[in-house]
Design a protein around this ligand. Structure first.
Ligand code: ADP
Length: 320
């Protein structure tokens, strides 16, 4: 288990056997055949490997018109137990029902003897995490631009009663025009009157909200996504998540006690810090709503770019 691996069901460290099993899931994925057919016989030609997560490997696929997609490939051998099957079906059902310019478009889903394929809009410019790895920190103008897109997509999710529960830099991808697209609905769930709160401990350690760590009695809701947006904004502006530590248990302790600081040598604006502080309120009901966030001074106190170009992927853009 690392600070980047999503967890579900427990905050204690998994023993070695479980760790091995977790590491194996996506490696069970065999490279798909060079042509994969959907249930209507439409063929997709496999292209290069795009990346892998805990469960899936992702490949480029092209249809016969030359349009390119990303195929999230999940090995059937890794979905033998009911829990994993239910999780995958829920991911597909929720993602399929989404349609928003800042959410990775779900195209199709099909299977062959070895794999399940989830065909998605391709995001060829990698994720916000990859961007941050290259750039170390982003400008406030870039962060403002990205935040508005992220908040727009999360507003759409919440209006449809979906909590994402795994918002993090690594799950937010760039399309060719450098628009952000939220992906990976593997931990998403629906909150409604039958389930006004959720109790499963899940998320990715650095991004987990304190009420999730509070365990079964406390429960959590939409506010966990606001917390995760706060973590992302901090990471974009200061270069690393606020509760970062080598040991996952230390991360949890720091989250529970709200133990983070702004680096003393940073020139990040007071307005940005205020917004981060409020989003990282330990009490979920003290966190601002998505509409309130957009009304914070930070969005009005500095440059707001009309667009971001691929230049941002490599270096600090000259005009921002
Ligand atoms: P998992 O559910 O196993 O965590 P992810 O959804 O995170 O899988 O996808 C695994 C990896 O595949 C990502 O880290 C990324 O590198 C790549 N990937 C996923 N979706 C896309 C996409 N739409 N376009 C391009 N690459 C993608």
């Amino acid at each position: 288990l690392t600070a980047k691996t999503p967890i579900k069901g427990s905050v204690t460290k998994p023993e070695a056997g479980k760790k091995k099993k977790r590491e194996k899931l996506s490696s069970l994925c065999k490279t798909p055949p060079s042509i994969v057919k959907n249930r209507h016989g439409r063929g997709y030609r496999r292209g290069h490997f795009l990346g892998e997560g805990g469960f899936a490997r992702c490949f480029q696929m092209k249809d016969d018109t030359g349009r390119t997609f990303a195929a999230k490939t999940v090995a059937k051998a890794s979905i033998k137990n009911e829990k994993t099957k239910t999780k995958l079906l829920s991911e597909i059902k929720i993602h399929k029902s989404m349609s928003h310019p800042n959410i990775v478009e779900f195209i199709d889903c099909f299977e062959d003897d070895v794999n399940v394929y989830i065909l998605l809009e391709i995001c060829p410019n990698q994720s916000l995490m990859d961007l941050l790895k290259t750039r170390k920190i982003l400008t406030e103008a870039e962060a403002r631009y990205f935040m508005v897109q992220i908040i727009g997509a999360v507003k759409y999710l919440h209006r449809r009663k979906v909590v994402h529960r795994d918002l993090k830099l690594g799950n937010i991808f760039f399309d060719p025009q450098m628009n952000l697209k939220i992906g990976d609905f593997g931990l998403a769930t629906i909150i409604n009157s039958a389930h006004p709160k959720r109790y499963t401990i899940c998320g990715t350690p650095n991004y987990i909200a304190p009420e999730v760590l509070g365990g079964k009695e406390v429960g959590h809701g939409f506010e966990v996504d606001i917390w995760a947006i706060g973590i992302m904004l901090y990471a974009m502006l200061f270069g690393k998540p606020p509760f970062q530590a080598k040991d996952v248990q230390v991360i949890y302790e720091r989250i529970k006690t709200n133990d983070y600081k702004f680096p003393p040598d940073s020139t990040v604006s007071l307005e940005a810090r205020q917004l981060i502080r409020d989003m990282l309120s330990t009490d979920p009901y003290q966190r601002p709503s998505l509409d309130q966030i957009l009304n914070y001074d930070w969005f009005k106190c500095g440059a707001f770019p009309s667009h971001v170009t691929v230049e941002s992927l490599k270096q600090k853009p000259k005009h921002l």
